[in-house]
Design a protein. Structure first.
Length: 415
């Protein structure tokens, strides 16, 4: 086919190019909150068992896995593929309260809230602007009133009875145990998590049973499940139209700059339309990404697990933390989620996970993930070794090892 006939049949990106930047996301301003907010929970189904619908985790970093595709009809069926995955550390969340909502024509109306008498300082910090200068008196009156009423009918049982009688939606108030992570932050992230499945009585009974107790991520999500991730993207500050919207640069000799939009609109109407690409804030936007596949729900090293990164074809006993730790994060010791692909936000950012509102149907939903290999090589440079033992076996005794042995020898000589 000649070049001329190709140009006659098709256009070129130089001449026809749809603008980047979906107008549905306007205005592109900085997010009001640092934590992902769930604006709608999955639809309740009373025929299912009682379960929670959300959780919070912290982004540790990325690695890659080797797996075998199990999808009939696909050209890649029974072949090995490499997938990028994100590791999200999820320490257990603590249930500290129960909220009941009444459905009204204008939306949900909160009826009452019940709190536990054991609320940690990491949760109380969330209720103060300045914890250091405060009197730290949060919930002291509430707890004292509960102690006074121990002989009478408990106020908690009375309020839970009201929730059973009048409410249609039941949610628990839970907070992360951020002190279990190696982060500088001490203030926990608090959120309401809706309880779905079963009748209202069963939901209230479940909430009462778990009040003041831990909930692990394995109790909420399972492997091969689709979930939604909600969080704030990585911020890039004030940027121009070329980086922000992918606008084509102008001719190099253009007067007054060439990384601009040449014409920002007609003479009339006498204003710049909202559809025109303009410079401004890029990143740090609140976003929801639907249907991320859970490749694995890993058990944390703090529970004695030594092989949470073992694959079917890799018998090596190793944990998920790569050599040298995840860059800008560190060691993953708690339970974790392994999600396919990338997740919004920087390292250490709190990401909210929700049961999928619109889970995909068909073969993609039914495919079971069998991990053959999980990479734990160093993410700083070109990692060659999967474990510290493998590295030591290759290099032998190093000067660092000799220095560590010498103090012990000196002590023996003195004795």
């Amino acid at each position: 086919v000649s070049t001329q006939s190709t140009w006659d049949n098709m256009s070129h990106r130089k001449y026809e190019h749809a603008r980047c930047g979906h107008l549905g996301f306007t205005p592109r301003r900085r997010a009001r909150r640092h934590q992902g907010k769930i604006r709608s929970f999955p639809k309740d189904n009373p025929s299912q068992p009682v379960h929670l619908t959300a959780f919070i985790g912290y982004k540790a970093g990325m690695t890659h896995v080797v797996r075998e595709v199990n999808r009939l009809g696909s050209k890649r069926h029974m072949k090995e593929v490499i997938d990028a995955v994100t590791i999200m550390e999820c320490p257990p969340m603590m249930v500290v309260g129960v909220v009941g909502y009444v459905e009204t024509p204008s939306g949900l109306r909160g009826l009452t809230t019940v709190w536990t008498d054991q609320i940690s300082d990491s949760c109380k910090r969330r209720f103060y602007k300045n914890w250091y200068k405060s009197k730290k008196k949060a919930f002291t009156k509430y707890v004292s009133n509960m102690l006074k009423e121990q002989g009478k009918a408990s106020k908690i049982d009375v309020e839970l009875g009201r929730i059973k009688k009048y409410c249609q939606v039941v949610r628990v108030i839970a907070h992360t145990q951020i002190e279990k992570l190696n982060l500088r932050q001490k203030k926990a992230h608090v959120m309401e998590i809706q309880i779905n499945g079963g009748t209202v009585d069963k939901k209230v009974a479940w909430a009462k049973e778990h009040l003041g107790k831990e909930i692990r991520v394995g109790d909420v999500f399972q492997g091969n499940e689709f979930i939604d991730t909600i969080g704030v993207t990585k911020g890039h500050g004030f940027n121009g139209v070329v980086k922000r919207y992918g606008v084509r640069r102008l001719y190099k000799k253009t007067h007054r700059g060439f990384r601009k939009v040449a014409c920002i609109g007609p003479w009339h109407p006498e204003r710049v339309m909202h559809t025109v690409a303009r410079a401004g804030q890029m990143g740090y936007h609140h976003r929801t990404e639907r249907n991320k596949k859970v490749y694995k729900v890993g058990k944390g090293a703090v529970y004695g697990t030594k092989d949470n990164a073992k694959g079917d074809s890799d018998p090596t006993e190793k944990n998920i933390t790569p050599l040298g730790g995840f860059p800008h994060y560190g060691v993953v010791n708690q339970d974790f989620l392994m999600l396919r692909g990338a997740v919004m936000g920087t390292k250490k950012r709190a990401i909210t996970f929700r049961k999928a509102i619109f889970p995909p149907a068909g073969r993609r939903m039914e495919e079971k993930i069998n991990l053959k290999f999980v990479d734990t090589a160093s993410k700083i440079g070109h990692g060659r070794f999967q474990t510290a033992e493998e590295k030591q076996k290759f290099f032998g005794v190093t000067k660092k090892d000799e220095k560590e042995e010498k103090p012990g020898k000196k002590a023996e000589g003195k004795a």
